[in-house]
Design a protein around this ligand. Sequence first.
Ligand code: F6P
Length: 543
Amino acid sequence: MPRCDRTDAWLALARHFESSGRTFNLREAFVHDAGRFESLSVEAPEVFIDLSKNLIDAQTLRLLLELASECGLEAQREAMFEGVAINTTEDRAVLHTALRAPRGMAPFSADVHRTLDAMLSFAETVRDTAASGIRHVVNIGIGGSDLGPQMVLPALDAFVHPGLQFHFVSNVDGHDITAALRRLKASETLFVIASKTFTTQETMANANLARAWFTAQGGTDIARHFVAATTNVDAAAAFGIRTTFGFWDWVGGRYSLWSSIGLPIALAIGADHFRALLAGAHRMDRHFAEEPLVSNAPALLGLLDVWYRNFHGFSSRSVAPYHQGLRRLPAYLQQLEMESNGKRVDRNGDALSFATSPGVWGEPGTNGQHAYFQMLHQGTDVIPVEFILVKRPTFAARGLSAGLTEQLERQHTLLLANGLAQSQALMLGKSSGEALRDRRPPTASNTLDADTLARHRTFPGNRPSTTLLLDRLTPTSLGALIALYEHRVFTSGALWGINSFDQWGVELGKAMCNDLLPRLAPTGAGGAGLDGSTAGLIGRLRA
Ligand code: F6P
């Protein structure tokens, strides 16, 4: 497949950017095209996407679609769904989509459904808390073995078993596990040791500590209180775990919440809702696999990412979920996108001459508005923002009076108005003339002349944003939303010609840590032979 920078469309996009892309004006675009919202919005399963507040026009889209075609996006997509080993540096297929396909509809279906059935039936026995005696579940895992379940649980809070409490321990920093354990009783606790490899240093350290704590608390039945989700079933058995739910090397860590890594999700929301989560993701898979690219939501988002990263040169994207339940989504997306596409060589190992993954960051709205939105509106960098709005709330509160429910619903409308207002303000901005005509704010300095004050209160506008709109946050819609992001990351990675499914960049630090660890011991070699900074810091740490 030709790499994006070696295509005719790439050159045409560069020319298009110089001739009109750089100076594209959103306010004018809406004035000239009354149908802009309709023509630049797309309906995907469970998610409506408004792309119209982006710096694109019909010509940009046409050229981006040409780029997709020249880069063989559709063929690459098929190769993934069919199980070709597209993760070439590890010689692995990439088949997280098979985890959510109905029985018989994807590779490895028999294995997938056998494991899924076993995991869900186990989850149901634990959820029968009167019989199981379990009140707390502690997931010990990191990266992809933590971020998915940790993101999904608050998002689906309204569906979570009221008698179970969930704790996530990921950091090797002992402050993480001690904060979780101090509230727990061994007899009421189930530990899920989640690790694709079952060798990850942080997870193994925490798992060993949890086992020691369990025994010290008088816990006797390790086999009943520890379960594992891993591809390394032997290592889990060697740890003393008898109940293990396996998965396969063709499931990447950051794509694994659909596998047995999703056990805490199944424990929390139950088998039927877990199946609904899978079904929502599968609907988005079919959309990505079958919808023509011109109306294919993940493909369009991925193409937009290429346009912004490689032509506008925007180096980050901010995600603003206007739903408190999605508060961990930005962290989840950081791993999904930055570990997948943070690469500097193509599939052949040749250096890239263009930029890849943007930084992805964010906080739920409205909180972010009172923190960093100042920079989004008036800072020197343009940062595209992705707003996620959920039309109807799913409050978990029980037994509320009609009056309080009504008040909460009004509050939800206030939330939605905030999200809309931010995308509107980013786009429209405020000219210095408009700022001059404003009433002088009571907080403004009296010694400042009107022109100077207006310059401080001017907003450049023309700052792009995308709005994703969900009807309700349910297992089905959340599944679809996550799969949308997965395929969007696939799309930009496919165009860039990189391997989005390996993560060699995390190796060097791990190896160096293993070298430094013995040096920190009182009898160790200290900083001898190391660079001055590391040696100096080791000296201080050992003093
Ligand atoms: O950080 C690197 C990484 O390999 C991630 O890709 C992965 O999700 C995480 O570590 C955890 O790995 P494991 O599930 O094998 O413990």
